[in-house]
Design a protein around this ligand. Structure first.
Ligand code: TTP
Ligand code: MG
Length: 392
């Protein structure tokens, strides 16, 4: 039996609208609509989001702005300020990473966080959820709602139940009881048609669904039926996918024990660069911005980057840049918990640029040989001298 995971789902409350209300006290307590210009009821765009005060009028995300206007002409209408929300989003995600390495972003204001490995340091799931809420409030003066559960599916449902500023904890032995009364509309991946079918079978809640066997559900609903069966019984085993940014290639290593050992640190960095370089070339990508992540034993985390004049996919170049960043930012005498290496700023024109201006891969024989050997024998088959014990 797999060990129970403890997964948090964090979702900011009325995100864009809350940021605006924070920065403009005159908007607080009022129906605030962030979105397209309503143009006195003739606007053609949509609502991005609105404050909870505006939701009382039936306004919601993606509603045509002229409909919102009809429902609440006296509301305050403001255009979205994307750059501002991105900054706040980044700051919130930094809070998540203070508590765990395993963070899966779902959108600008929402993520799964697997905290199973963080409990020794920070307390149990509910305790970490409270700390994250508190940190976000102190740092950004914003509220978040959190669900704590043994699976992603249940955590996501839980975070939504007591919005705003909610915290809902579902213990592993309470999953079935928690789901039973909930509307089947909350089922993941069940569109309008599937819901009609479920209703036709007399299924309105998760409890109703749980009374059917997997075989019958599969017969009636196809493969989705078996999937629904698993979800309704709390058997969601999908793990939190640790991916920091969609547009970067990166790799991290958490040491079994925090380390001060110079040789071990540099060897690990070299190996991470090797992996990243390998993946870059495998995906046909080259990038300009090199990132180093350095987490100390108390979870304090530094991220440092350098942008190169030209894009690269060379392991050698990446390693040289990373070693410079590391030397500049390490704090001698402080033990390291985690190291990460990444590359972003991908060059879209790469194909043409490569053939015209850049050295083709074959001109860097070391990279080429490494890739070929790995392709053939697996990633452990070959390592550069600087990532093998005994150098440095
Ligand atoms: P959500 O988390 O879906 O909504 P929310 O944070 O505004 O409200 P809730 O308290 O219910 O979580 O989306 C996050 C942000 O993404 C939201 O503030 C605005 C933006 N967004 C859009 O621009 N268009 C959309 O259709 C949706 C759903 C969200
Ligand atoms: Mg939200």
């Amino acid at each position: 039996m797999q060990q129970n995971r403890v997964i948090l789902h964090v979702d900011m409350d009325a995100f864009f609208a809350s940021v605006e209300q924070r920065d403009h006290p005159e908007y607080r307590g009022k129906p605030l609509i962030v979105g397209a210009d309503p143009k006195g009821g003739r606007g053609r765009g949509v609502v991005s989001t609105c404050s909870y005060e505006a939701r009382k009028f039936g306004i919601h995300s993606a509603m045509p702005i002229n409909q919102a206007w009809k429902r609440c002409p006296r509301g305050i209408y403001v255009p979205p300020n994307g750059a501002l929300y991105s900054r706040v989003s980044k700051s919130i995600f930094e809070v998540f990473y203070e508590f765990s390495d395993m963070v899966e972003p779902l959108s600008v204001d929402e993520a799964f966080i697997d905290v199973t490995g963080s409990m020794r340091l920070f307390g149990d799931g509910p305790e970490i959820a409270r700390k994250i809420k508190q940190r976000i409030l102190e740092k950004e003066q914003l509220t978040a709602s959190v669900g704590v559960a043994p699976s992603k599916f249940v955590a996501k449902i839980a975070s939504d139940l007591k919005k705003p500023d909610g915290l809902v904890v579902v213990e592993p032995d309470r999953v079935a009881a928690f789901l039973a009364p909930l509307d089947i509309a909350r089922m993941w991946g069940a569109g309008a048609k599937t819901q009609q079918k479920l209703h036709a079978m007399g299924i309105r809640t998760f409890g109703d669904l749980a009374r059917f066997s997997a075989d019958i559900l599969e017969k009636k609903l196809g493969r989705a039926g078996r999937h629904f069966y698993r979800l309704a019984h709390g058997l969601d085993v999908r793990s939190v996918k640790n991916e920091r940014a969609v547009k970067s290639v990166s790799n991290e290593h958490t040491f079994d024990r925090d380390t001060l050992d110079d040789e071990e640190l540099k060897r690990t960095l070299a190996r991470l660069c090797e992996k990243v370089g390998n993946r870059l070339r495998g995906a046909g990508l080259s990038g300009r911005t090199v990132h180093l992540k350095l987490r100390f034993d108390n979870f304090e985390t530094l991220t440092r980057s350098v942008t190169l004049p030209r894009a690269t996919d060379s392991t050698g170049r990446l390693t040289a840049e990373i070693m410079t960043l590391f030397e500049r930012n390490r704090q001698k005498g402080r033990a390291v918990r985690l190291l990460g290496v990444g590359l972003s700023g991908f060059d879209r024109e790469r194909d043409t640029q490569l053939s015209l201006f850049d050295a083709p891969v074959a001109a860097r024989p070391l990279d080429k040989i490494e890739d070929l050997v790995k392709e053939r024998f697996g990633s452990r088959a070959i390592h550069r001298a600087d990532s093998i014990k005994g150098k440095h």
